[in-house]
Design a protein around this ligand. Sequence first.
Ligand code: NAD
Length: 359
Amino acid sequence: MGGFAKEKRVLIALLPGDGIGPEVVAEARRALAALAIDGLAFEEAPVGGAAYKAAGHPLPPATLDLVKRADAILFGAVGDPDCDSLERHLRPEQAILGLRKELGLFANLRPAKLFAGLEDASALRPDIAAAIDMVIVRELTGDVYFGEKGRRTTSDGRREGYDQMAYAEDEVRRIAIVGFEMAKRRKRIICSVDKANVLESSQLWRDVVGEVATGYPEVTLTHMYVDNAAMQLVRNPGQFDVIVTGNLFGDILSDQASMCAGSIGMLPSASLRDWSGDNGLYEPIHGSAPDIAGQGKANPCGTILSAAMLLRHSLDMEAQAQRIETAVANALAGGARTADLGGTMSTREMGDAVLAALT
Ligand code: NAD
């Protein structure tokens, strides 16, 4: 990972974006700054609707230049109702697709963990939810979302829409490696999710994941069909530690796992282009939440925990990552709650509670 040497200047690009993005990124920045890491520098640039308003494009050249120079990127959220009538390529959300493409971010990591005290926030029974502590490793740049697609008319005159689902072996191999590297550092079990009983692309997925597994004899691999995985995630989520899966299945399962783990405001994510974490992008899973933007109500924990992932995956600073995660856990254990968690704290007060719990 990272290859971070202490003497080196480490640049973190801050892209706060729209809505609650700036509010939550400010708290994550405070948490990172409180660690007093030598050489850590921040540079900020606009993205999304804010960038469109400032520079006429959701991902302007200056922002792109910054993210390419940076060691890692901390991203808030994009999405602005003022931009709803813009042409599609100028909409704020296009910035995310542009960043993934420009930086080659093909691996999405989504931890889902239920913090002690938040059992009642889960959509599941508290005793079942309490066991949730997993990471979903989702392929991000292939699959049916990027296959040939279109509309056509069948020979008997019916309109038809089609989307080709395909995976090439190198695409599967590189995401499988990320999954196994993750598993190696956790409980050494990994579940690969596919639909190999029906889909040829899934059969190839299963074959290639099996080949990668031979390089990781210390990790136990199991396979599960996606329909069963969706059921098992609500029946017994505690059985999972690392799940590796394709773009479509991962999109659905990671949202499902998130809601099982509690509030959308609590959950971080990472998007990587390889296991080294160079140019990795870290963001909470939520959007810009225009309904509460500017009111100081947003829960900053998902972004603060994204900063912890940044330390772990891009800067190779596991101990510092754990300091932040422990501080969040202790703040929650001490009763700190924003409105989404049933409390009354403001975004800043929640950030203060996390800082106060840093040891
Ligand atoms: P959202 O995640 O912004 O909000 C969904 C609900 O969750 C809202 O009620 C919101 O108030 C609440 N919520 C979200 N984050 C919260 C937090 N940190 N603390 C407390 N409550 C929180 O999803 P949406 O409303 O469907 O989308 C709003 C905008 O965000 C849209 O423009 C959408 O395209 C965009 N979006 C962006 C991203 C991203 O930047 N990665 C992701 C999803 C949606």
